[in-house]
Design a protein around this ligand. Structure first.
Ligand code: CDP
Ligand code: CDP
Length: 223
């Protein structure tokens, strides 16, 4: 059966990565978390105290940084210059800086090239903000997955509580809304639905129902 290239875009907390993992497991495809790559770059910016308003410093970092995804069955581990940053890139500090870093042209050039290289073999699912519009405009299946800000914030809130961290729902909702705004209003590759993407709003669907809806769309393309 033909190995498809699947693009899932959408805002934070829509369920992109959870659903992509489920579907990748079912189809024996590779799941490529492009958001993790922007987070990894941001982690290194923070570690090195790079001033992102200084194009030269960002360029030097982009020329030298090594970001590697180790794609396993259950999890995708993320490395920056051989350091495992899988957990470190999920902090609220990284979350609050990532949109500004991801808006920089040099950063996007570097990471988009890496993402295209990883996707060349087909049999891949990539999730992010610009996969269907910029990274893989010829993807076989394009989904724009979204949900209301409130449902997305609630999902993240439950995750935070599970980790015994303290953050209020109001704070999470405001942080998500601000990231949505920055991601959708930047000049380069803003978050938007590709013209040929299928819109799936899962505000009222759980994870399994969302995965089932996605599988239905994919199966139709595999015929
Ligand atoms: O998991 P969550 O939805 O919180 O975000 P993510 O997918 O880890 O992405 C983190 C950030 O990286 C986003 O808010 C975007 O600013 C940026 N990003 C991007 O610009 N382009 C992508 N293809 C993926 C992520
Ligand atoms: O990757 P993205 O930021 O789009 O979302 P995610 O990290 O996959 O999902 C955020 C949280 O929402 C996870 O804990 C999912 O299990 C949960 N989720 C949910 O409860 N219902 C859905 N329909 C989709 C995701």
């Amino acid at each position: 059966m033909k190995k498809l290239t699947i693009a899932i875009d959408g805002p934070a907390g829509a369920g992109k990565s959870s659903v992509a993992k489920l579907v990748a497991n079912k189809l024996h495809y590779l799941y490529i978390d492009t958001g993790a790559m922007y987070r990894a770059f941001t982690w290194e910016v923070l570690q090195r105290h790079v001033d992102i308003a200084d194009p030269k410093s960002v360029q030097i970092l982009a020329d030298t940084i090594q970001i590697r995804l180790e794609i396993g069955r259950e999890q995708c581990r993320v490395y920056v210059n051989q350091i495992d940053v899988t957990d470190a890139i999920r902090t609220s500090e990284v979350s609050s800086h990532v949109s500004a870093v991801a808006a920089l042209a040099v950063v996007r050039q570097k990471l988009v090239q890496l993402q295209r290289e990883m996707a060349t073999s087909g049999g891949v699912i990539l999730d992010g903000r610009d996969i269907g519009t910029v990274v893989l405009p010829d993807a076989d299946v394009k989904i724009f997955l979204t949900a209301s800000v409130h449902s997305r914030a609630m999902r993240r809130y439950l995750e935070v509580r599970e980790r015994n961290e303290r953050e209020t729902l109001e704070h999470i909702e405001a942080a998500i809304a601000s990231r949505d705004y920055m991601d959708s209003h930047r000049d380069i590759s803003p978050l938007k639905q590709a013209d040929d993407a299928i819109l799936l709003d899962n505000s009222e669907l759980n994870l399994e129902e969302t995965a089932a809806a996605l599988m239905k769309i994919i199966e139709a393309r595999r015929q």
